[in-house]
Design a protein around this ligand. Structure first.
Ligand code: ADP
Ligand code: ADP
Length: 229
């Protein structure tokens, strides 16, 4: 399961200013759809609606045919995972932060997720840098390292529905390439919504939606969109 559908969704935060208009798309179970567009186009708002941080003002969003307004917060939480643009971590060890989405995970699973996200060296560190009982290094993690913690958490949780919102934008090019490979692995066979600024980062999506000023202005696969310029 895990098919996500947006049916003619409209949304506004303030009544006099529409943010999304006529948004219609489907992410079939296990597939990847990317939303690309300039800053302010409404991309992050789409993921907030899916999580019901806000409710649509028109149309509806369904998961496996069920309106998200009829899904409990608990099952929505279980079914979904997100790597946000800016990661805020708990003031506890990296290991704790990775485990947060799946508290029952074994030590070995936490380590494997940390390894895939290339954060294994920091597992005992505190994100904001204090000396720990276990670790020698009371490191302060950089923005990119915090992002890798969020990625490890999502790898460990491996939810059926995954939202990657500019997940690798805080990383340098070299790390980005390697982390992207880990994300590709976790998103394989999972319903995935990728949010990105640039077309070049979503080459492998089954469908790409180009969003401008709250409307889908173009859709297709990567080579087709590239050909159109
Ligand atoms: P993107 O992710 O494409 O950069 P967003 O979805 O974050 O775009 O924002 C779309 C529009 O909604 C922007 O004009 C932004 O200023 C506005 N917006 C975002 N969040 C809020 C909010 N909480 N209240 C009012 N307007 C908002
Ligand atoms: P969990 O860590 O178990 O995913 P959270 O309480 O952190 O649970 O988040 C609740 C739900 O909201 C989860 O599905 C999570 O993926 C999602 N979520 C977390 N942070 C954000 C965010 N910044 N924007 C949108 N959704 C988020």
């Amino acid at each position: 399961g895990g098919t996500v559908r947006f049916e003619d969704v409209t949304f506004h935060y303030d009544a006099d200013r529409p943010i999304l208009r006529g948004i219609a798309f489907e992410v079939p179970a296990g597939r990847t759809v990317a939303i690309v567009g300039p800053s302010g186009a409404g991309k992050s708002t789409i993921s907030r609606l899916l999580f019901r941080f806000y409710d649509v003002t028109g149309g509806r969003i369904t998961i496996d045919g069920q309106d998200v307004r009829d899904v409990t917060q608990e099952s929505l939480r279980r079914a979904t995972g997100m790597v946000p643009q800016d990661t805020v971590l708990f003031n506890d060890t990296v290991a704790y932060n990775i485990r947060y989405g799946r508290p029952e995970a074994s030590e070995a699973e936490v380590h494997e997720a940390a390894r895939m996200a290339q954060i294994a060296d920091f597992i005992a560190a505190l994100p904001d840098g204090y000396r720990t009982e276990v670790g020698e290094r009371g490191l302060k993690l950089s923005g990119g390292e915090k992002q890798r913690v969020a990625i490890a958490r999502t790898i460990l949780k491996a939810p059926p529905i995954l939202i990657l919102d500019e997940a690798t934008s805080a990383l340098d090019t070299h790390t980005e390439r390697e982390i992207q490979a880990a994300l590709d692995q976790v998103s394989r066979n999972r319903t995935t919504l990728v949010i990105a600024h640039r077309l070049s980062t979503v080459v492998n999506a089954d469908e790409i939606l180009v969003l401008e000023k709250g409307r889908i202005v173009e859709r297709g696969r990567h080579p087709e969109l590239l050909a159109k310029g």
